[in-house]
Design a protein. Structure first.
Lengths: 501, 87
């Protein structure tokens, strides 16, 4: 019997719309779960997913991908790559696994919501595969770090991070809960797949796989490449959903979801990928700065996608691009200074050669961030290590849950962006974070930041020791300087002098 | 003794911090509490200068001897700490 080409049966097979007789249509697809914004199911029929596949095809390809990733891991298990690589690379792996692995499980739930409540059959079909993708990603990124746990407890945070009140875990949970775990199907399509995956993770995973190969970590490179190929497929769920919304008079609502999604994703990207690219990656392996990467891949990608869809750029676009010059430098300084509160060992990344590179890529770095590092370096060289450690908490943003920080030194521009709501004062890192809050204050109002929890007496004793206990960071898991301050020795004989321009 | 928590925005530092002083402290003492967490850690000392206090976004400093209890400040107000020449 001849087998039909997929294109000859696909549209019929994936058209799972039917007319319900036992329940009303609005009970089968309630607005609260679909987020259809009043666009009828009939109109959603025009949804046309750009990537079409069938279940047998999907399984065949995924099996090959899984085999490849696990085979590379098995072949290189004895390579001792992690033990011999620069400690900065191990820090990238640990921060990545802890922040991402269980986030993939959350994404699986989100894809499942689209698979059940998506307004269009094509969306439900793609999301079914997306759901299985995300399950695979979670399993891979829990299994791969596990082999390192016996030698280094920080790798256990791939499993542990999301089950703690560690501040970065709170930030990741807050963002991922908001972007996709607690959203309706249409919002998930826009905020998870379009804003977060197309815009950020898809591109980031491409770069990360290349960086891993450059660092000689072929196991991680093949793992991330395997995941990225799934991302590039299921990230396409959002585009056609936006098209349907725009064609049916919902452009303003669609833009609002996109703008909120990009705003929130940028913060996560800034704190995770920014330090990894500009500080943790050894200088000899850096191919481009984080800012160059953002401008070339993320800004370009978004501008093309938004213009193609007929959407306007976000009102904050110029402001966000301006932040590429400083926000991740501030996050990096914060993570390094508060290093006992993270599950990885931050690499300072500020040797004299690093500083020349930073000054070249970010003119003015030495007069701003360099001023803070000068004080830190003096303390390290004088053996005043206690002065390089915190004795209080940063004020964290009530949206990103990350420290409120900006440019220090001679360019000092740090400030609070407060907002009053129902008698409570909320603090934000920027106009952008405050704007997200103001879009739906009821949604965000009850969340307590780590500082709110300290003030409410939930952290006892109310000091760094109490905070570490609250964050469930056990001895042996606290972050410390990745290179045990060896990098600072370069300054002992030769105080830093800026290269002549 | 009654604790007075506030947000410290210290000139030259890169972030806002939670600092605790006392409602009976004067502004010089509040500045000292804030400096403890910034100066000599990430902000270089400025010998010969003093640190003045003002409410975030305002131009005028509080009088140096003004007590927190008499200043109208509320817990968790954001204060700016600026190096200045002694009068």
């Amino acid at each position: 019997m001849a087998i039909l080409e997929r294109s000859e049966w696909y549209d019929v097979a994936r058209d799972t719309n039917w007319t319900p007789s036992y329940v009303k249509e609005e009970e089968l697809f309630p607005d609260q779960m679909t987020g259809g914004l009043g666009v009828s199911r009939d109109k959603w029929k025009s949804y046309d997913e750009p990537y079409k596949t069938s279940y047998p095809e999907y399984v065949k390809i995924q099996r090959e991908k899984d085999s490849a990733a696990y085979s590379v891991k098995a072949a290189l298990d004895r390579s001792q790559m992690i033990e011999t690589a620069d400690p900065g690379w191990a820090s990238i792996l640990k921060s990545h696994y802890g922040a991402i692995a269980l986030g993939e499980y959350a994404a699986m739930s989100a894809e499942a919501r689209m698979a059940r409540f998506g307004m269009a059959p094509g969306m439900r079909n793609m999301a079914t595969f997306g759901m299985m993708d995300e399950n695979r990603h979670a399993q891979l990124q829990l299994y791969f770090p596990h082999e390192h746990c016996s030698k280094d407890r920080q790798f256990d945070w791939a499993q542990k991070a999301y089950h703690t009140n560690e501040w970065a875990a709170i930030a990741a949970r807050h963002a991922f809960d908001d972007l996709f775990l607690s959203r309706d199907a249409t919002s998930i399509a826009v905020m998870l797949t379009f804003a977060f995956e197309t815009g950020f993770t898809n591109m980031q995973f491409l770069g990360l796989a290349a960086d891993a190969a450059e660092a000689g970590d072929y196991t991680f490179s093949s793992l991330i490449s395997s995941i990225q190929t799934d991302e590039s497929r299921h990230a396409q769920i959002g585009g056609p959903a936006l098209q349907v919304l725009i064609e049916n008079g919902k452009k303003e609502e669609a833009e609002r979801l996109v703008y909120m999604g990009i705003a929130r994703a940028w913060r996560i990207f800034g704190v995770l990928t920014g330090p990894a690219m500009d500080y943790y990656t050894p200088l000899s392996h850096r191919k481009q700065s984080f800012k160059e990467f953002m401008q070339e891949w993320i800004v370009g990608q978004f501008e093309r996608s938004l213009i193609e869809l007929g959407l306007d750029l976000p009102w904050y676009w110029d402001q966000m691009i301006a932040e590429f010059d400083y926000q991740h430098h501030a996050y990096h300084l914060g993570v390094w200074f508060w290093r006992p509160t993270v599950w990885w060992n931050p690499a300072a990344g500020v040797t004299p050669d690093d500083r020349d590179w930073l000054e070249e890529k970010y003119p003015g770095w030495n007069d701003t961030f360099g001023k803070c590092w000068d004080v830190i370096i003096d303390n390290i060289l004088a053996g005043r290590h206690e002065k390089t450690l915190p004795e209080t908490l940063p004020i964290v943003c009530n949206m990103s849950q990350l420290p409120i920080c900006a440019i220090p030194g001679n360019g000092w521009n740090v400030r609070d962006y407060p907002a009053e709501y129902q008698g409570r004062t909320y603090h934000f890192n920027s106009e952008i974070d405050r704007w997200v809050f103001q879009q739906d204050p009821v949604r965000y109002r009850d969340h307590m930041s780590i500082v709110d929890r300290m003030l409410a007496g939930l952290i006892q004793p109310p000091d760094l020791g109490g905070a570490l206990k609250y964050m469930n960071i056990a001895p042996g898991e606290c972050g410390e300087d990745a290179h045990k301050y060896a990098w600072a020795e370069a300054y002992r004989a030769n105080p830093y002098a800026k290269k002549a321009a | 003794m009654s604790a007075f928590p506030f947000i410290s925005n210290f000139q030259g530092d890169f972030l806002l911090q939670l600092v605790v002083s006392d409602v009976n402290a004067n502004m010089d003492e509040v500045a000292e509490s804030a400096a403890y967490h910034s100066v000599g850690r990430r902000v270089a000392p400025q010998p010969g200068k003093i640190v003045r206090v003002r409410k975030a976004g305002e131009a005028d400093f509080f009088p140096r001897q003004l007590k927190v209890a008499d200043s109208g400040l509320k817990p968790m107000d954001c204060l700016e700490f600026i190096f200045a020449n002694p009068e």
